[in-house]
Design a protein around this ligand. Sequence first.
Ligand code: 5AD
Ligand code: SF4
Ligand code: FES
Length: 343
Amino acid sequence: MKCLKDIINFYKNTSTDDLAKTADNICTINYGKNIFIRGLLEFSNYCNMNCLYCGIRKDNKKVNRYRMSIEDIIKTVKKGYQSGIKTFVLQSGEDHYYTIEKLCLIIKKIKESTNFNAAVTLSCGIKTRKQYLELKKAGCDRYLLRFETSDEKLHKYLRNGVTLKKRINAIMDLKDLGFETGSGYMVGLPGENETTRINNALLCKKLELDMVGIGPFIPHNDTPLKESIQENIELVVRATSLVRLLLPYANIPATTASGTLDKIGREKMLKAGANVLMPNINDEKYKKNYLLYPGKICIEESGSQCLSCLNKRVSDISKNIVMDRGDSLSFLNKNKSLVKEKI
Ligand code: 5AD
Ligand code: SF4
Ligand code: FES
């Protein structure tokens, strides 16, 4: 399968199981049976955005809002590092309380407290190019910014007027500044169809993403989309395989949202091309207030409980967890070719 057209045709004409097997083979060729671990830390659930699908949108007054102090963040990271985690993903809503100066300080402190062995990923929304540059200079390695849907009209409607173009420009800034860059989308949003889903995957390819996060949209009762229907996990599994076929070297997490929709949703993704897991390492008191969607799993378990649970789940599907930084091969390859060019 050389060109995009062949891959899309294969996707359209292949059963979910066969698609998954092909994607799993490609993943195994590149990443072996290894599954990388990221420690997820949701440091603030304040958000000044009002995305129609999201449980922590600004207008949801039922949310108990919290902001973690820098000390609390570092304490949590240190605990994760002691349990072997070498990549930390710091996520929040779009919360301007954490200025670029504060974020830079957090990044520097994480680096220092992990002997500069850990990779830091931020996921806290659109910022200016100049601000991204500051974060990079402070040591931030990676950044996640999902585009959510590749349908321009739908994007604008769901994200309260913010354009897809603005989001994509921010993603391109991140790439240009040398971040290992992740994006992705939800599957099953109201108003999307199979063409949207194919375009979502193609946009990931076009952006040559290093990381792609895909998860099912799960309607939340305290949002305008509460009446939406819940699509089946199968669509997410197919999307995972398609993205793996298009981006053989990307890191693709098996997301918590999939594990919420289906008890073995994460395993299904791992058997269909995904190669990353992101246990939430935060204190239970915070976890329960970061509900983008209802029924979220793992909010009563500690990070270390999740780690041992994941170890078992992963070995049950004949794969193994590795605690490396787990840089994406596409990112490493890019940098290798840069070195070659310089020589
Ligand atoms: N269901 C599933 N995923 C959601 N997200 C936000 N709201 C929901 C929901 N109701 C996803 C978005 C966001 C990521 C952090 O969580 O894709 O980028
Ligand atoms: Fe805020 Fe992100 Fe939720 Fe949108 S999806 S309301 S930006 S936390
Ligand atoms: Fe969290 Fe299983 S991964 S309880």
